[in-house]
Ligand binder design. Structure first.
Ligand code: BES
Ligand code: ZN
Length: 616
């Protein structure tokens, strides 16, 4: 078995260094087909096989590229989450046994009704423009293997070049720098070319194809999308360059050249995905007032933590996400002040409590570093690595004398580990050696390392954050929670007037934490005064609907259905389906809504929702 429990690849014996991807996008059959060529370093004299990850791929031919010699291969049994190992016999006649070039010709399988895959193929009717089809990929955590045969472990980093053949009226983009298109021998097609010169793990390989347009939003940035949303996207993400500069001021130069964004169709299952040179984002960020742009700050931060300094396996995912949330909130501090960072940390702590409650406080998956043997990373996903990771770094920062000292450390961490992959032990030993003076002085003596890193449940320490920006939200929420029916006339439409969107979010979060649900009368009054159902901000809609479902408030059902149908971001649809299903009055409606819309969700989302509402 491999050193990464989620990959079959024998990357300790042989590892890919460069990838050459030549694929055609066939919208008729909904497949990718072509050739992937690997330059491989062989690490041992006796390495005779190369094991790659695949899932739902049709392997057509494997050759040693220099000699053209056909190589023997076998495809192992298919595991539902991990796929099939592809074992290739290496040639013993190779001139230089320590470097080999292997080319694999293959096709992806035509998508079946319940196949979970990196690719989502959209019909023209599922796009904003309604004329052209659309394709996008989502490879994190272990879906790259359903797009191409590869060593699908973050432990291996590889540069790549690519040539993607698409219908000439469409545009392909990848997680790389886009080069000039070139003509295809077939006149109705063109070839889009790309180069990613920095070595990246397989989960950062990404492709999107559609009727895409772009607007420049900064000196190194464009936003791409269908033309219907490109103007609003350019407005929403106009702070991108400012965020890049804020990050650079903390962790050093941006090393990827271009930083573009692409706004995907509404079924994109995440808020954002840090594909290098080209962050993917959900259209649910388009609130019209830039209030959800922190997701962009988050994906920008991954350009250092995650994409340069990468977790070695998914068990150390907090090194990607915890560090990235920490850096995202540093950007908030540079742009809006330390109080804003503290305010966001308060929201984060609530998110952590919510996750720990959902999973159960003794669930091993709530440990910062969980054991993932035989666990599908999609099933293990939660906000624990994000928020427990943030809380640990914040706690350490406060012990070590605050932001200034810690920012220097962050920069040194990136400098030390950039282009590498790391485990929690690697992180901790560099951290302790960087702060060796403070360690000698006993500053860190009270840190309960094992509890923080390996125990399930909430952390062994309760941070206190500056309440300036949360105080008004919490006191208004307390008033609502305490009010009896006859007190409801004390509330006014203007109560929320001075709140930012994030403060309204915090107000709702505080109410969601109350033990007893609000009465329907309370919720009706709140709707009349605050017009929650007509909010455009998806984070506010989500919290409001959760609050209503907690009280089985039937007025909200049609609004919940509408939100579940118009977008497929898992952060919203999974908890809403769970609550919708849990509430006896809406259980039937939850199941029907899912069954009618299953085809529109991304396969990753559909498969997880099915488990959430007990259909699988
Ligand atoms: N890398 C993640 C998304 C992800 C994680 C995809 C695991 C697949 C598996 C991305 O950076 C992320 O965390 N996005 C968040 C945004 C946020 C925390 C601000 C999201 O999607 O909501
Ligand atoms: Zn992230």
């Amino acid at each position: 078995m491999s050193a990464d429990p989620t990959s079959y690849s024998n990357f300790e014996d042989a590892s890919a260094k460069e990838l050459d991807i030549k694929l055609e996008v066939d919208f008729k059959r909904k497949i990718l087909k072509g050739v992937v060529t690997f330059v491989i370093d062989i690490h041992h004299d006796d390495t005779s096989r190369l094991v790659l990850d695949t899932r739902d791929l049709v392997i057509l031919n494997v050759v040693a590229a220099e000699s053209g010699e056909r190589l023997e291969y076998t495809l192992g049994d298919a595991h539902p989450a991990f796929g099939s190992p592809l074992t290739v016999q290496l040639p013993d006649s190779s001139a230089n046994r320590y470097k080999l070039t292997i080319a694999i010709q293959y096709e992806t399988k035509e998508p079946g009704p319940s196949a979970v895959s990196a690719m989502q193929w959209l019909e023209p009717t599922q796009t904003a423009g309604k004329i052209h089809p659309y394709l996008f990929t989502q490879c994190q955590a272990i879906h790259a293997r359903s797009m191409l045969p590869c060593q699908d472990t973050p432990a291996v980093k590889c540069s790549y070049v690519a040539e993607i053949t698409v219908p000439s009226e469409l545009t392909a983009l990848m997680s790389a720098v886009k080069l000039e298109d070139k003509p295809s021998p077939e006149s109705d097609k063109k070839i889009c070319q790309f180069k990613q010169a920095v070595a990246i793990p397989s989960y950062l390989i990404a492709l999107v194809v559609g009727a895409l347009e772009s607007r420049q939003i900064g000196p190194r940035s464009h936003v791409w999308s269908e033309k219907e949303v490109v103007e609003s996207a350019a407005y929403e993400f106009a702070e991108t360059e400012q965020m890049l500069q804020a990050a650079e001021s903390i962790v050093g130069p941006y090393l990827w050249g271009v930083y573009d964004l692409v706004v995907l169709p509404p079924s994109f299952p995440y808020g954002g995905m840090e594909n290098p040179c080209l962050t993917f984002v959900t259209p649910t960020l388009l609130a019209g007032d830039r209030s959800l742009a922190n997701v962009v700050a988050h994906e920008i931060s991954h350009s250092w933590t995650g994409n340069l300094v990468t977790n070695k396996t998914w068990e150390h995912f907090w090194l990607n996400e915890g560090f990235t949330v920490f850096l995202e909130r540093k950007i908030a501090a540079v742009m809006h002040g330390e109080k804003e960072r503290q305010f966001q940390a308060i929201g984060g702590w609530k998110t952590l409590q919510d996750s720990v409650n959902t999973f159960g406080s003794d669930n091993p998956l709530t440990a910062l570093v969980p054991v993932l043997k035989d666990v599908d990373p999609d099933d293990a996903f939660s906000t624990v690595p994000y928020e427990k990771g943030f809380a640990l770094l914040y706690y350490l920062e406060s012990l070590l004398g605050g932001a200034e000292v810690f920012n220097k450390y962050l920069r040194a961490h990136v400098e030390h580990f950039k282009y590498k992959v790391i485990t929690t032990d690697d992180w901790k030993s560099f951290f302790l050696s960087y702060f060796h003076k403070q360690v000698e002085e006993g500053v860190l003596d009270g840190v309960e390392w094992d509890k923080w890193l390996y125990s399930p449940g909430m952390p062994p320490y309760n941070p206190s954050y500056d309440p300036t920006l949360s105080a008004a939200c919490h006191s208004l929420a307390d008033q609502w929670a305490k009010a009896s029916a006859s007190d409801l006339n004390q509330f006014k439409a203007s109560d929320l007037e001075s709140f930012t969107a994030k403060q309204t979010q915090e107000f709702l979060d505080k109410l969601l934490q109350e033990q007893s649900p609000l009465s329907c009368e309370h919720l009706k009054a709140m709707e009349t005064l605050y017009q929650m159902n007509s909010r455009k901000n998806a984070e506010i809609r989500f919290r409001w609907q959760k609050l209503c479902l907690k009280s089985s408030h039937e007025d909200c059902f049609p609004h919940v259905v509408k939100f579940l149908v118009e977008q497929g971001r898992m952060k919203f649809v999974r908890p809403l389906y769970r609550e919708f299903y849990k509430c006896p009055k809406s259980q039937q409606l939850a199941v029907e809504t899912f069954k009618q819309n299953k085809h529109a969700y991304h396969a990753i989302a559909a498969s997880l929702i099915e488990k959430d509402i007990s259909l699988k």
